[in-house]
Design a binder for this molecule. Structure first.
Ligand SMILES: [Zn+2]
Length: 495
């Protein structure tokens, strides 16, 4: 299958990620652990831009950037250096941002995603290091706010900005790219995507191979897909009415799901880039081998290994490796000697599915339990132990509980804070599988009580069989195995 791209859509992304796993900021010793702190408490003369304060580069930032570059299969520059990007804004107290310009640390990388027509390669033009500005807090909504507060806790936190080629051909591909990129960053352990503002995206989009429009400051993956869908529709409408799409920067209004014009696009010259005189150019070639040593097994490699080692399907392997913590949890469960295929089903399909349904995101794994937290309300959190999943998988594998009961156990473990083992939950809820004679009895009763449905089924109406199975499930309070019930009914009626 070849994707035709009927609307000539081209999408490129610029992604800012915070290296929020580093303990200190980019050019000073201030702690990056500010998310629960009072405003402006994690600051010093350097990140407040006070006169005379000088930056000292955090070596870990360079190492993290090399790590990211290697993971993206990019070229690491032999020599790299910083520039000043000059502009005035209250979140930038120095009046310039320390960033990189024509000597970025990483260039020519790639990420392979699941595209519209199978595997699709998205080129990475460059990735560079820069500092985060402070954060503006509008009181109320941005349009009606009477005042703006500034929090410099974020000022000077290390960022990596990654710029892609305009290789994505649909909003869906853009979202898949971001999912994969985030996954890789979490494997590298430089980034915690659950923290507020950890990943911020600007998107360039054009239709019919035409003029590109930039959509700024989209904060979530879902937001990116929605913003792009809206923007593509808007541009197509402009062209349909005989107009021309103008080159501009637009802002995505998350609440209303629309993009709004902000300004005509600024050019690089507007920023008066010049070399940062307070920081020396760096030769980093010698660092690369040592950083290479620290590279973990990356998602694609882990997926291939899971298929070979555990004999699971590609779908399951893909889903299990979509989060490093989930992959580690699964391996923790398998290490206890359970059937890896059954464990894959219950971890990848049911457990992950129920998490997504509840808007819960995996947030930790410590070798004993996997923790998850609500995407919007961090007060809602819970965890499941490796030993609980092992017990559940074994109970199911031994035929002691039905699949419905096993799903019920997982739901109960997710929804209650009390720490109960699967057997305790099964005991309390009476979920142990019905004994065979109980099912046989329920089948006999069902057949006797539902003459009409029995005749319909014998007359060729297949869906009557589903009705009869439903009756048996009802009589056994869902503890019968549906397939067993079905087989028994067929056996009784057709011999
Ligand atoms: Zn500081």
């Amino acid at each position: 299958m070849v994707y035709e791209n009927p609307d000539g859509v081209r999408i490129g992304l610029e992604i800012h990620i915070q290296l929020n796993k580093l303990k200190t900021k980019m050019f000073c010793g201030c702690s990056t652990d500010y998310h629960n702190a009072a405003p402006n408490t994690h600051t010093c003369p350097v990140c407040l831009g006070l006169p005379g304060a000088l930056p000292v580069l955090n070596k870990k930032v360079v190492e993290a950037a090399i790590k990211v570059g290697l993971a993206l299969e990019g070229e690491i520059a032999e020599e790299t250096q910083f520039h000043r990007k000059n502009y005035f804004y209250p979140d930038l107290p120095k009046g310039y941002q320390i960033t990189q310009y024509d000597f970025p640390i990483v260039s020519n990388g790639k990420i392979v995603i699941e595209g519209e027509d199978g595997e699709h390669t998205v080129g990475i033009t460059r990735a560079h290091m820069e500092e985060d500005p402070g954060k503006l807090v509008h009181i109320g909504s941005i349009e009606k706010s009477k005042g703006v507060l500034i929090d410099y806790n974020r000022s000077g936190v290390s960022l990596i900005e990654t710029v892609t080629e305009p290789d994505m051909r649909s909003p869906k591909e853009a979202r898949r790219f971001l999912d994969k990129f985030r996954n890789i960053l979490e494997y590298l352990d430089v980034f915690d995507g659950n923290l507020e503002g950890a990943m911020r995206v600007d998107a360039n989009v054009s239709v019919h191979w035409g003029t590109r429009v930039e959509v700024k400051n989209i904060s979530s993956h879902k937001g990116v897909e929605r913003a792009l869908l809206y923007e593509i529709m808007r541009q197509k409408n402009v062209i349909r009415r005989g107009g021309k799409v103008s080159q501009e920067t637009r802002h995505f209004d998350e609440g209303r799901g629309v993009t709004l014009s902000m300004r005509t696009k600024e050019e690089a010259e507007d920023y008066r880039y010049f070399r940062e005189p307070d920081l020396m150019p760096m030769r980093i070639t010698d660092w690369i081998p040592a950083v290479k040593e620290t590279l973990p097994e990356l998602p694609d490699a882990k997926r291939t290994r899971f298929i070979e080692q555990y004999g699971i399907t590609d779908m399951h392997a893909k889903s299990l490796t979509s989060k490093i913590m989930l992959a580690d949890f699964y391996e923790g469960v398998c290490a206890k000697g359970v059937d890896p295929k059954i464990a894959a089903t219950w971890t990848a399909d049911v457990f992950l599915g129920e998490l997504n349904y509840r808007d819960l995101a995996i947030s930790s794994y410590d070798g004993e339990k996997i923790g998850f937290i609500h995407a919007k309300d961090p007060r809602i959190k819970n965890s499941i132990k490796v030993s609980d999943m092992v017990e559940l998988v074994n109970l199911f594998a031994e035929g002691k509980i039905s699949d419905r009961a096993a799903v019920e156990v997982i739901r109960t473990m997710l929804d209650t804070a009390e720490e109960k083992t699967p057997s305790q939950i099964i005991e309390e809820k009476g979920l142990f599988k019905a004994e065979d004679d109980l099912v046989t009895k329920a089948v006999a009763e069902t057949i006797a009580e539902n003459e009409a449905a029995v005749q319909d089924y014998l007359g060729g109406t297949e869906k009557s069989l589903n009705f009869l199975v439903g009756q048996v499930m009802k009589k056994t309070k869902g503890t019968a195995d549906a397939k067993t019930a079905r087989d028994l009914i067929i056996k009784e009626l057709k011999g």
